[in-house]
Design a protein around this ligand. Structure first.
Ligand SMILES: Nc1ncnc2c1ncn2[C@@H]1O[C@H](COP(=O)(O)OP(=O)(O)OP(=O)(O)O)[C@@H](O)[C@H]1O
Ligand SMILES: [Mg+2]
Length: 274
């Protein structure tokens, strides 16, 4: 279990996070959503151990974390692969200094590449892959280390809609099979609702958790599921005020989002991010 306890974070004179408290059970998939600049990346970096809180602590299975560790791995928006290594070598890179035989490494890599449907591309180089494939390699590279926790900071936001949908299904499948604990940062309400057990809504800076919405819909979930659509509306209503606050700060006038409700068409901007 991950426990985020009384986390505060300031950068010089900017107070970013204010008393964040959250418990995440083992195997749970939670999404963090909130206005731009509210501190989502800051929080996930603190959980990863890449950044330190000004106050508070992160406990994993009741032990306070001290920096990064192999039980947690971050998947970033940009796949950041080694361009001079093949897919296979990118994925096996992290295993090299551990005590595995080359046969064990080969088996692990093949197994993971099959999971992300890239085994046929194992000898390709990153420049020969599409954006979605690169992000799959990035996911495989993290999964092969078999961490308890996957931290994902807008991992699919640079991808086109079709690729994103494919990757949602793959991630959902992988999560169902491996039961990793996942913390997923996104601006995309549909993505958050479709994938998560729980959507955590963060407010404007200094950010607090303003709501936790349980998504009690069984997995695997299809995007066309009408319960998902209903939950999206619920999340959107909660977020709307926060987005308007940020817009007013930035634009300096009484900004209002045009519509109260999520538009009824399924291919609307709701999935495009906030
Ligand atoms: N290393 C840093 N030094 C100073 N300020 C920082 C640093 N990292 C983040 N900040 C500030 O902290 C605030 C929160 O940033 P953060 O990147 O966590 O937001 P975010 O919610 O992830 O935003 P986005 O949705 O745009 O990715 C911002 O005002 C940012 O400028
Ligand atoms: Mg961010």
């Amino acid at each position: 279990m991950i426990e985020i306890r009384n986390i505060h974070k300031s950068y010089s004179n900017i107070e970013v996070l204010k008393d964040i408290n959250l418990k995440i059970n083992r195997g749970e998939f939670i999404s963090l959503i909130g206005p731009s600049g509210c501190g989502k990346s800051t929080l996930i970096n603190i959980v990863c151990g890449l950044d330190k809180p000004t106050k508070g602590k992160i406990l994993i299975n009741d032990k306070e974390i001290q920096g990064t560790d192999t039980d947690r791995i971050m998947v970033f928006q940009n796949a950041a692969l080694f361009p001079w290594l093949t897919v296979k070598d990118n994925v096996s890179f992290g295993l090299k200094n551990l005590n595995y035989s080359s046969k064990e490494i080969e088996d692990k890599v093949t197994n993971i590449l099959k999971k992300v449907h890239l085994n046929k591309f194992k000898n390709h180089y990153p420049h020969e892959l599409s954006g979605g494939m690169k992000q799959r390699v990035s996911l495989a590279r993290s999964l092969v280390m078999d961490p308890e926790i996957l931290l994902m900071d807008e991992p699919f936001s640079a991808l086109d809609e079709q690729t994103r949908l494919l990757l949602h299904n793959e991630l959902q499948q992988i999560w169902m099979e491996t039961k990793k604990t996942i913390i997923f940062v996104t601006h995309n309400i549909r993505e958050a609702v479709k994938l998560s057990d729980k959507v955590i809504i963060m407010g404007t800076r200094p950010s607090r958790i303003i709501d936790e919405i349980n998504i009690d819909i069984s997995h695997p979930r299809a995007s066309t599921n009408s319960d998902i659509y209903y939950k999206e509306q619920q999340v959107f209503k909660k977020l709307k005020k926060e987005i308007e606050k940020v817009a007013r700060e930035e634009l300096g006038y009484e900004y209002k989002l045009e519509k109260d409700n999520v538009p009824s068409e399924r291919n609307n901007t709701m999935g495009g991010g906030i």
